[in-house]
Write a protein that binds this ligand. Sequence first.
Ligand SMILES: [Zn+2]
Length: 611
Amino acid sequence: MKFASTALAALAAGLSFGMAAPAFAEDAPSYPETAQGAAQFIAAAEKDLFDFSVDNARINWVNYTYLTDDTDALAAQSNGLLTEKQVAYAVEAAKFSKLPGLDADVSRKLGILRQGIVLPAPTTPGAATQLSEIGTRLASTYGKGRGTLDGKEINGSDIESEMGNLTHTPAEFAEMWTTWHDNVGKPMKGDYVKMVGIANQGAKELGYADVGAMWRSGYDMTPEQFSAETQRLWEEVKPLYLALHTYVRHKLNEKYGDAVQPKTGAIRADLLGNMWAQEWGTIYPLVAPKGAGDLGYDIGDLLKAQGRTPIDMVKAGEGFYSSLGFAPLPETFWKRSMIVKPADREVICHASAWDVDNKDDVRIKMCTKVDSTDFVTIHHELGHNYYQRAYNKQPFLYLNGANDGFHEAIGDFIALSITPQYLVQIGLLDKTKVPSADKDIGLLLRQAMDKVAFLPFGLLIDRYRWGIFDGSIQPADYNKAWTKMRLDYQGVTPPSARSDDGFDAGAKFHVPGNTPYTRYFLARILQFQFYQAACKQAGWKGPLHRCSFYGDKKVGANLNKMLEMGMSKPWPEALKAFTGTPQMSAKPMLDYFAPLKKWLDEQNKGEKQGW
Ligand SMILES: [Zn+2]
């Protein structure tokens, strides 16, 4: 989506925000350090950022959909300016935030401004430049990273897909895994250590204990409470994860034998079809239950059989939201979106949703193919667009999801609704072809291989970095701590001995990219909460995973109550507006997968669970 991709583009472009930041601060008018001064400061900052963000979004849009040296330069310049502004506003906001008598909204907005930058530089001369140079170097080390396969060099995106290619041998998986982690992660360590030191100083200047505490401060609770909250959610879903882990380990043992994958203990990290063992869907053929593994239809084939085009697919997605009572997408969406890959120029194909004018100039950018994956992706991306449009009456600083897990969860929750029943309702699947209940385990297992397998990974990436930022993990222990956390949370173990001076975490994009990761964990949990709430409101009585609330205007009206709040209220209030409860809970996810859990427990009888 827009927020993430713009931030990454800014990072990749290698900004020198620090150099210009003081000049910006000097130019900016100063406000008295009173409650009233704070309110004036916020009003001016919102106006400036609103206008600038429209310009910035247009420039990035042109860049992403027309990649040339010129548009790269324009985007780098604009993103650099944006970062300067964010740094300057964060520093100013920190000054005002402790004043007595602040209006509640002003106080909330000061908090949002203070957290507006992921990796803050301190005001020490040269520190910002150094931080930005390190960020650029880390990103480019990752981008240029290579592993090997059968001794031949292979680039990052190819090695990612080869890890899911089941024709490779365990030795080849181990080779790809080891070379990637050695070549990409290890060279980053020195820079990462330096970066942590500098950014921690920056966070202190903004009034936080360290960068990790700053990241945990964006959730309407204390950093400690947030940490405990995510741990609580993890404990809720852990039995389901353990059951899946035990079953998959058994299947891998059957396939590869004791010498490669022992019957007990951890799973070898390179055998799960993904470089980071974060989602296991690509090895589904190895674990599919006999007779129930195949659904009997493929959405891509259904679309092709009816001669549907990418535009038709987007129209179908729009139709889902219209059926809930949301207004149709504006004319400009169809005129300005990039729905298919242009034939004559370079573009960034990675799917994203944009809100260019902060009002209703919403768009998607995709290189849509007529297949099942993209049909789901369209429903997901449009979720961002409808969220953006729903909160467009809010002031600038509230134009966002209730917390950073919400935006992704909306799209995913809508995508969960693409059930066989829904496909019948929109005339894509014949009523007689709806898979019978005996296919349910296959359907659920395929989902779980991605959504359940991801949970411990989604949690540990930040737990590890919180430890680094607060000093409980020292540089000498970077690799030891990483390997241990991977074992403790995921129950996976590296296929080769790891050296203490390595930096395996650096081989995961979001670590050198400095993208906070807990949002993805939250989104996985929240999407099932939203889904169950919608199904209850629609009066659904059957098994949760078969529920469709297509066409239910009451669900749409309730959903809109949450969406239109944007970030204006603490997220528990937004959650309550739709689901009736202010608490995040993994219970709906457990309900969704309950038939699978029961089945897994039967399969796992006699197996030693855990590691
Ligand atoms: Zn998304």
